[in-house]
Design a protein around this ligand. Structure first.
Ligand SMILES: [Fe+2]
Length: 237
């Protein structure tokens, strides 16, 4: 296989892939979830099949993609946003109940995106905007079955830290995920990142974001989604 090629057929999970080496649950002010592992948020088979379908849609130009680097990444990554890809939006909305049950919070989806990272990529340490009150980082696949560490600060973010190469003196916990596993955390309250370079030729991930129903960021629910006018003669919603 050529380096930095995109997903093909080698998407199977290794049976001896570790699922986690860190697992914690702590809370920021206002009872926000910090970080916890959610093994098998979806099954490895669903993760595998979802990526196969998504990538088929990419190579057949049935879904718009965009590249992302900005200040968080060292190299361009490929992204697909849920508002442009109905299967991703459906997965996001459909997983809401499972994440509500695990976090004990009533949630509304804000936005979701797919990202394909390449070898050597990092994701610098950062905190996200309020629409990321509850986040799930869901792993779909690693090209070379090398789980890539996601690290999350153990204490709430403070103002002024911005984007950094690593956690510096901040305490943090690290998680390893197999395909189908997710890490739940509060992206807006806790800094997080992948400062260790990706050792796979590529890895595929989905990021799902929610806000609390009735919470201070509820207005960010269904972000940038054009719901349109109520259909004439349609259901009264
Ligand atoms: Fe983030």
């Amino acid at each position: 296989m050529v380096k930095n090629t995109v997903p093909s057929t080698d998407l199977q999970r290794s049976d001896n892939t570790p699922t986690a080496f860190g697992m914690s649950r702590c809370r920021a002010p206002n009872d926000t979830i910090a970080a916890m592992l959610f093994p098998r948020l979806i099954s490895p088979e669903v993760a595998h099949s979802f990526l196969r379908i998504l990538w088929s849609d990419v190579i057949n130009q049935r879904v718009p993609t965009q590249t992302h680097r900005q200040e968080l990444l060292k190299r361009d990554a490929i992204e697909i946003h849920g508002k442009n890809y109905a299967p991703l939006m459906a997965l996001h909305w459909g997983l809401t109940t499972a994440v509500e049950q695990r976090t004990g919070k009533e949630l509304l989806p804000s936005f979701a995106f797919f990202r394909l990272y390449f070898e050597g990529d990092v994701c610098r340490v950062h905190a996200d905007r309020p629409a990321c009150e509850v986040s799930a980082s869901l792993t779909l696949a690693y090209s070379d079955e090398r789980p890539w560490v996601l690290s999350i600060a153990s204490t709430p973010a403070t103002d002024g830290l911005g984007v950094t190469e690593d956690f510096g003196g901040e305490p943090f916990e690290s998680f390893l995920t197999a395909p189908g596993d997710a890490v739940l955390y509060s992206g807006s309250h806790y800094r997080h990142g992948r400062p260790t370079p990706n050792s796979n030729r590529w890895s595929a991930h989905i990021f799902l974001q929610w806000v609390s129903r009735g919470g201070p960021y509820e207005a960010d629910a269904f972000e940038r989604l054009e719901l349109g006018e109520r259909p004439v003669g349609g259901p009264t919603i």
